[in-house]
Ligand binder design. Structure first.
Ligand code: RUB
Length: 322
């Protein structure tokens, strides 16, 4: 259990960051834990695994992909526990871990292909067009989303030329990770502070805004890094298409039956380490973007209105429906 708690701490401290990465790691940690435990009966095994699942779930409350992954494994295990002996459990969990991992990786690959289609090839302009139209394509993003960088890297591989504006993303500066990843692939990046997002959209005449997601609700609301809604409002004001790129595995099934998604608030010291004792510092990690500000959700099932997520999720992943 000590090792599992240390692994959980890696997710809490953001050493492992982003919805997709945390989901992949959480299921790996559960699978590794299953190999370490000693149990006498299947019931005993299930109880120990349930405890580990709860510890991992609590690491990041606003991460349904992580919760869906752990539930996928445990539900499958529960269904077949009658046919298993204790020695079979680690192998079974590893098999289910691989199945869920494949769901995520296949979805990411599909989204990269679909999303890259939204980035055009710059064609040579006529003299008239050169006088009146700008000559580049600019994408803007916020924070670090491996799904968004997957789209941008795919478009680059296809030989498309474009520039990216990215925000630094206070307080943990995940924007630097985005900037480095894109620069390494030869993509031009312009890095700005979060409060310059409106200025940047306007100054660089951004053509497309792409953000990732941590959670999608039954109403099509997306939860993503704090600042996402501000960017959506800027997009609305400046008439820039605003898209969210996310596997449907981030759908939160509990929202269908009325539960609200919880917004994780993080340690105030991430913002100001030795702040005055009588000062209240608040550090919300995420915020909601309502469906009316989202032009489309880019998923493994295609691009559609975010309010359709529930429909596609239940058809693509019946094993995950609660
Ligand atoms: C990261 C964040 C990302 C989503 C999507 O927040 O908000 O946009 O998690 O990431 P944090 P991905 O750094 O606090 O985890 O597309 O990789 O799943």
């Amino acid at each position: 259990m000590e090792v599992l708690k240390q692994n959980a701490q890696k997710i809490i401290s953001l050493e492992i960051q982003g919805a997709t990465n945390t989901a992949l790691k959480a299921i790996e940690f559960l699978s590794e834990y299953a190999k370490r435990i000693t149990c006498t009966t299947i019931e005993d095994c299930m109880n120990q695994l349930q405890e580990a699942k709860s510890i991992l779930e609590e690491t990041r409350p606003t991460e349904p992909a992580l919760q869906n992954g752990l539930r996928f494994i445990m539900n499958k295990l529960k269904k077949c526990k009658g046919e298993l002996c204790v020695e079979d459990v680690p192998g079974r969990i590893e098999r289910y871990e691989e199945e869920f991992k494949k769901y995520i990786l296949d979805a990411k690959q599909k989204i990269a292909e679909i999303g890259a289609n939204r980035i055009p090839r710059i064609r040579k302009k006529t003299d008239y067009e050169s006088l009146h139209l700008k000559n580049d394509f600019v994408v803007m993003t916020h924070c670090h989303s491996s799904v968004v960088t997957g789209i941008l890297l795919k478009a680059k591989q296809q030989g498309k030329e474009f520039r990216v504006v990215n925000t630094e993303t206070q307080p943990k500066l995940q924007g630097r990770k985005t900037a480095r990843e894109l620069l390494d692939a030869g993509i031009e990046v312009i890095h700005v502070v979060d409060s310059a997002m409106r200025w940047a959209v306007n100054t660089f005449q951004v053509d497309l805004i792409l953000i990732g997601a941590d959670s999608i609700t039954s109403e099509g609301t997306v939860l993503n890094k704090i600042g996402s809604r501000l960017l959506a409002l800027v997009a609305h004001e400046e008439h820039v298409p605003f898209y969210v790129a996310s596997p449907l595995l981030k759908y939160q099934p509990r929202t269908t039956v009325g539960f609200l998604e919880e917004i994780e608030t993080r340690d105030p010291e991430e913002i100001w380490k030795e702040h005055p004792k009588n000062l209240k510092v608040l550090n919300p990690a995420f915020e909601t973007v309502s469906r009316r500000y989202i032009d489309g959700l880019i998923t493994e099932a295609g691009i559609f209105a975010s309010s359709h997520a529930h429909w596609y999720f239940t058809r693509l992943y019946p094993d995950l429906v609660e």
